[in-house]
Write a protein that binds this ligand. Structure first.
Ligand code: XMP
Length: 310
């Protein structure tokens, strides 16, 4: 495929479809939404409003990092702080499916939906890729029907359209387009990070305090394992506690799991045989976090486990 030509065609097409109206898109910093942001911006300039919705579930410094990175490329991104709305929606929930649904609903119906209406945007630019469509058809993923999710009936709201410039590409194609667009390696080579963010790595209730623990452990894991050839690595906070001793006193502490896997396409995965020294260092650093007194390494392949815990 001629990716340069693909870029030109998509820019023309977005421009033609949007005309003099306004479009909106949500950037997460992942490669798909980043590519859509750059394509959309080149096509529409100020007629595209790009938002980064901070759901409070991100890694340390992530919202600011992504916004700054795009600002350096000359693309303004509005950082929308919605932490309270997401935390309120997650309050008291422990069931994994309920937690995921609460996040999706808060994103589309509450926060993003409100912005679309406030700004009177007529078009949504969305980073759907071919794999998303195939997995939806195969019943692996839930349908990405944004219009319904934000409570807009496309029949009533005549003229409202979703534009999906990447729907003919798979991940490798999107990475090629990202290179043509000159996106930095930070984005093109970023390890996968799920939409529901750190909530997929907290077993049990998501609270501010528990988020702080998993966020700190995540920073350690990412720092220590950066540069390994792994497909993905993460820290997970379990919902149980274990007895330990700190400064001569008994402590009933938190348990963090480190997971580091190799995979081709995330459909199957095997644990990476990390050097013992690396594991010991991870354990030392993680158990020095306040209240954490156990660190475990997950040896389970996918299947039977999934990659994330929630
Ligand atoms: P699982 O846990 O299903 O994950 O083995 C497979 C891959 O998908 C990522 N993942 C997600 N990505 N939204 C995303 O954008 C999600 O809800 C989601 N859940 C899992 C996961 O990180 C892994 O790479």
């Amino acid at each position: 495929m001629d990716y340069k030509r693909f870029v030109e065609e998509q820019i023309d097409e977005i421009r033609r479809l949007v005309g003099n109206d306004l479009a909106i898109n949500a950037l997460s910093g992942g490669v798909d939404s980043s590519v859509v942001t750059v394509l959309g911006h080149r096509a529409l300039g100020e007629k595209l409003k790009t938002v980064f919705i901070d759901n409070g579930l991100m890694r340390a410094g992530e919202p600011e990092r992504v916004v700054t990175l795009f600002e350096r490329m000359g693309i303004p991104v509005r950082l929308i702080s919605a932490k309270r709305e997401f935390l309120d929606a997650l309050k008291g929930l422990t069931d994994p499916e309920e937690k995921r649904q609460a996040i999706t609903k808060t994103f589309y119906s509450q926060v993003f939906g409100r912005l679309v209406r406030e700004w009177g945007a007529k078009f949504l630019l969305h980073g759907t890729i071919l794999t998303d469509i195939e997995e939806t058809v195969a019943g692996i993923k839930r349908q990405h029907n944004i219009l319904t999710q934000i409570g807009i009936d496309p029949e009533k709201e005549f003229g409202y359209l979703i534009i999906e410039p990447l729907k003919a590409l798979r991940k490798d194609g999107v990475r090629e387009v990202a290179k043509v667009l000159g996106l930095p390696r930070d984005i093109t080579e970023r390890i996968p990070f799920p939409g529901p963010a750190l909530a997929t790595r907290i077993v049990g209730e998501v609270t501010e305090e528990r988020l702080a623990t998993v966020r700190a452990a995540t920073a350690i894991v990412e720092e220590e394992l950066k540069g390994t050839e792994a497909f993905q690595y993460m820290a997970v906070l379990l919902n149980d506690r274990a007895t330990g001793i700190r400064e001569g006193k008994r402590e009933f502490g938190q348990i963090i799991v480190v997971r580091c896997i190799q995979s081709e396409d995330a459909r199957t995965a095997v644990p990476v045989e990390l050097p013992w020294e690396k594991l010991k260092r991870l354990c030392e650093r993680i158990t020095s976090l306040p209240g954490v007194n156990r660190c475990l390494y997950d040896l389970t392949p996918k299947p039977p486990a999934t990659i994330e815990y929630v």
